[in-house]
Design a protein around this ligand. Structure first.
Ligand SMILES: Nc1ncnc2c1ncn2[C@@H]1O[C@H](COP(=O)(O)OP(=O)(O)OP(=O)(O)O)[C@@H](O)[C@H]1O
Length: 358
């Protein structure tokens, strides 16, 4: 594998235990935990089945695999799948990211140094600069780029043939890509959040690789708090392992997992301190809403963006909070989750009772 020097994959991650982006510790251990073959990759059945066909057919033809677009939230296995594609095609892989390619020349340098059949993994492909994106169109379709030499009226385009290669693009949302780019991928796969049972399998597999003893109930307890994301499951497993070593005999059971994650303030559903602070403010200070985002942010002492981009997506996905035109509103499940009693509907309706019923 060849990490492009310009990749920003080593950028510091968030300090949240349940954050989905990779932090430095994740990067250090993830290489050891990544499945290496399609058969080892857990869940995402449809994506695996379809990709298997694409790769087998290419191998049978002795051809380079079609370009692949992977979309899905961080930590669901896009980088892992790109490495599996390379391994299944017995091809080398080069890894870079959209933000690292600011000039068309950056991309030309990478493309012109690819070997025949090589896999180019372009993470956050939607964040590439426009000129680089346009160069990529031709490279993907015709395996050719025009390198511009000189400036102004005297500039000339020198065509450069490229060896056939497979581009694997990754993006959090395929809808962010301009259609001409999206259309140039032969195969597009959307990765879903994982079911708890699948995360349990991820945890058992990782525990085995890390030589950690864990029972079924212990794995289930961690899986339920992992927010549908293998990266978070692996991270929680490492924190629970520490606790089990220090406070017990090293084996992870349900009680050990629950106690360890209690110390880290990750609750039974995977909410952390910030998520709960937002919900608590919404319920206790504003009766469940509706309340404006800015007011809610002031109440929890956080920036508006932090509440909107860090806490809310998971709360919305879990059905605990709704974004409505009138403001943020807690759902009945939010009251239940925090063990609070919903206020009775005021005569004449209104408030959140009016939005969600009594
Ligand atoms: N299906 C899976 N089976 C087992 N482990 C998985 C699976 N998917 C992801 N993982 C593990 O989760 C971690 C994160 O995966 P990966 O880096 O591939 O995610 P990603 O989607 O590329 O994230 P990002 O978008 O932040 O780059 C890796 O350690 C990997 O081993």
């Amino acid at each position: 594998m060849n990490w492009d020097e310009t990749t920003d994959a080593a950028a510091p991650g968030p300090d949240r235990l349940v954050g989905a982006s990779a932090d430095r510790e994740d990067q250090a251990v993830e290489a050891a935990l990544r499945p290496k073959e399609l058969d080892e990759f857990i869940g995402q059945e449809k994506v695996r089945e379809q990709l298997d066909l694409v790769l087998r057919a290419a191998r049978a033809r002795g051809a380079t695999a079609d370009h692949v677009l992977l979309s899905g939230a961080p930590g669901l296995g896009k980088t892992t799948l790109s490495m599996i594609i390379a391994a299944e095609m017995s091809a080398p892989i080069r890894i870079t990211s959209g933000p690292a390619i600011q000039h068309a020349g950056d991309l030309a340098a990478i493309l012109s140094s690819l070997q025949e059949g090589e896999v180019l993994f372009l993470d956050e492909i939607h964040r590439m600069s426009r000129p680089a994106e346009e160069m990529l169109y031709m490279a993907m379709e015709d395996f050719r780029v025009d390198v511009i030499v000189g400036k102004g009226p005297g500039a000339t385009a020198i065509p450069l043939e490229l060896p056939p290669f497979t581009l694997v693009g990754a993006t959090t949302r395929a809808g962010l890509l301009p259609p001409p780019l999206r259309d140039r991928f032969g195969f597009t796969a959307h990765m879903e959040f994982y079911e708890p049972a699948e995360l349990e399998r991820v945890i058992h597999r990782s525990a085995h690789l890390l030589d950690v003893a864990i029972d079924t109930a212990g794995a289930a307890e961690i899986a339920g708090r992992s927010r549908g994301t293998p990266r978070i499951a692996n991270r929680l497993l490492r924190r629970v392992r520490d606790y089990a070593q220090v406070k017990a005999d090293g084996e992870i059971t349900r009680d050990i997992a629950a106690a360890a994650l209690g110390v880290y303030e990750v609750d039974g559903r995977g909410l952390d301190r910030l998520d709960r602070a937002v919900l608590e403010a919404l319920l206790k200070l504003f009766g469940g809403g509706p309340v404006g985002l800015s007011t809610l942010a002031v109440a929890v002492g956080e920036e508006r963006e932090t509440v909107e981009e860090v806490a809310e997506p998971f709360l919305v996905r879990e059905g605990l909070l709704a974004r409505t035109p009138r403001g943020r509103v807690a759902t009945p499940a939010a009251w239940d989750h925090l063990g609070l009693t919903r206020p009775q509907a005021a005569p004449g309706g209104g408030g959140q009772q009016g939005l969600f019923g009594a």
